[in-house]
Design a protein around this ligand. Structure first.
Ligand code: ATP
Ligand code: MG
Length: 552
């Protein structure tokens, strides 16, 4: 094993693949990521992507990207394009191995016919309303359909008529003949084909019958030569049917196996595509890529990095135990990455004017380190002047105990630029402090202070729009309760405001990430930033403050 491999945390899927390769069960491994193109990918999908593509990459195999379009739905090219972009953004590549499940409709149909010929499938006419009664419950066997033993030739003929559009929707279906007494309901003669008189985005009107997921999925895997079909735990009970399909498929060169892992579930987040779509359609968020959405496009726009997400998935690990992961862990991984890569800048959100009295002594510019964590990020010149903005909360006329920032008569260090000592204040008619008159001392001064505050030069600062994003929901499990998940939307999940920023930030490129010192990480919005006029999205605060205050 290479060093890289042994450094990765061990998990059961990695173990299985490694054992299979050691036993020469396969010459190389093939996995797949099979999204249904009916929505945007979210952080849960990222887990599946990192596992599917990650395992293939680690073991020198390949991973296919497959659009699971067995359900004829409206052409959603937008979804397909977004899926491709998101998988690439996460750092993975499928090469030439892009598939549509519908590519295999012909072969699936032939296989279904061959099952009928071998008396392993039959056309059933039991009305849908009665299915439940026939199916039974796990502890009680089901009842055989009266059509179960109809002649093979009759089923073949009817299946042909179904295909040709001669039978009404719901009147008939094709069922696998397995075992009506099986304790596994999925094996009680499951429906494998249904009639749908619908146009399909890729196959048009060619088909009036469409395969069910449980039938189609193993076939897609087999036809593509997938070796390890990795999916989420809810498919565990479907595995016997998966195996039945594969066992009955003749001429499979490589037999695919299905392995299940726990899906990712995050606090303060909803992950169901249906619910995310609802948020988009009811305009409770500004589209699928709203920076508050758990979609990959939303996270990207929020300022998340692929490295942070991949690292998060690694830390969460791969197990079979379904659990709720604290979103704070995702945020922690993000901070760790941004701390390394984001350049530092100064910005003031709620300005308070400071006037330096000894103006003649001050320099025109000072030098700031772009990233103390990364020497190679270099330095920049920051304009300095006798009028600064500091944050309102960094000055207090009557400070509480242990307040170490600026106070009348007190001193504070200002980032990169020496010290300020407050001489006096000016107030407006309402008694509010409007100007803090200070004496400036150079950085070389011997002065004992307990805090450093940030600042911008008032006449050089640019005003930009900042969007202060916060969590979308106020409770840990917005979709766990009986109440509608929308009742838990955080009314303060977005505050749009202005900030005064150092002039160099005016040139921020869309997608560029910064730490506004002492405030938070920000990213220049991908879409709304204009040359010279960036819009900044708050990515994540510097420390985890939210959960603590929210619980109070
Ligand atoms: P739907 O709710 O529409 O069934 P889905 O979330 O299952 O959607 P798919 O497009 O079918 O979406 O998912 C593609 C793949 O991503 C599947 O293999 C699925 O198991 C995996 N996946 C989906 N959600 C999660 C999740 N929360 N954690 C891990 N994997 C997930
Ligand atoms: Mg699904």
């Amino acid at each position: 094993m290479s060093e890289e491999k042994s450094a990765a945390p061990q998990h059961f899927i990695r173990q299985i693949i490694s054992d299979d390769l050691a036993a020469k069960k396969y010459s190389s491994i093939v996995t797949r990521f099979p999204p249904e193109p009916n929505g945007y990918l979210h952080i849960g999908h990222a887990k599946a992507i990192c596992i599917d593509f990650g395992m293939a990459k680690e073991f020198g195999g390949r991973c296919h990207l497959r659009m699971d379009d067995t359900n004829p739905a409206k052409e959603e090219m937008e979804y397909i394009k977004s899926i491709e972009a998101d998988v690439r953004w996460l750092g993975f590549d499928w090469g030439d191995h892009f598939f549509y499940a519908s590519d295999f409709f012909g072969k699936m149909y032939e296989f279904a016919e061959s099952l009928i010929r071998r008396d392993k499938a039959y056309v059933c006419e039991v009305p849908q309303d009665d299915w439940k009664e026939y199916r039974g419950v796990p502890t009680r066997p089901g009842k055989e359909s009266p059509f179960r033993n109809r002649p093979v030739a009759e089923s073949l003929d009817l299946f042909g008529q179904m295909r040709d559009g001669k039978i009404e929707e719901g009147k008939m279906c094709l069922r696998a003949k397995i075992d009506m007494a099986s304790p596994n309901i999925h094996l009680r003669d499951p429906v494998i084909y249904r009639i749908l008189h619908e146009e399909h985005p890729h196959t048009g009107n060619k088909w009036c019958v469409y395969p069910m997921y449980d039938f189609a999925h193993p076939l897609e895997d087999a036809f593509e030569g997938v070796t390890h079909s990795l999916c989420t735990i809810e498919f565990e009970v479907h595995r016997p049917l998966y195996d039945w399909v594969i066992e009955n498929l003749e001429g499979v060169a490589v037999r695919p196996h299905q392995y299940e892992f726990a899906r990712l579930d995050l606090t303060y987040t909803v992950m169901s595509k249906r619910k995310l779509l609802e948020l988009v359609e009811t305009k409770l968020v500004n589209g699928w890529n709203d920076p508050r959405m758990p979609t990959l496009s939303g996270l990207r726009r929020r300022g998340y990095t692929p490295a942070a997400i991949r690292n998060f998935v690694d830390i969460v690990g791969v197990t079979k135990f379904v659990s709720l992961t604290d979103v704070a862990l995702l945020e922690h991984c993000l901070r760790e990455d941004l701390n390394k890569i984001a350049q530092r800048r100064m910005a003031v959100l709620k300005p308070l004017k400071v006037t330096i009295e000894n103006a003649a002594e001050i320099p025109d510019t000072i030098t700031g380190h772009n990233n103390p964590e990364d020497e190679s990020a270099g330095t920049r010149a920051i304009p300095f002047s006798s009028e600064l903005f500091i944050e309102q909360e960094d000055f207090m006329e009557v400070p509480p105990p242990k307040y170490f920032r600026l106070t009348p008569g007190g001193s504070v260090r200002i980032r990169n630029a020496g010290f300020l000592t407050c001489l006096r204040v000016e107030k407006n008619s309402a008694g509010e402090v409007t100007n803090v008159i200070c004496k400036w001392s150079p950085p070389t001064t011997e002065m004992k202070v307990k805090a450093t505050i940030h600042w911008v030069s008032a006449k050089h600062a640019r005003q930009v729009e900042v969007r202060l994003y916060d969590r979308l929901f106020t409770v840990e499990k917005p979709d766990g309760a009986e109440q509608d998940f929308k009742t838990f939307l955080n009314p303060h999940s977005l505050e749009v405001t202005k900030a005064f920023v150092e002039p160099s930030l005016a040139d921020a490129k869309p997608g560029e990430k910064f730490q506004f010192e002492r405030i938070a990480y920000f990213v220049a919005d991908e879409f709304d930033s204009q040359p010279g006029a960036p819009v900044f999205n708050r990515t994540v605060t510097l420390k985890e403050a939210w959960a603590k205050t929210a619980k109070k």
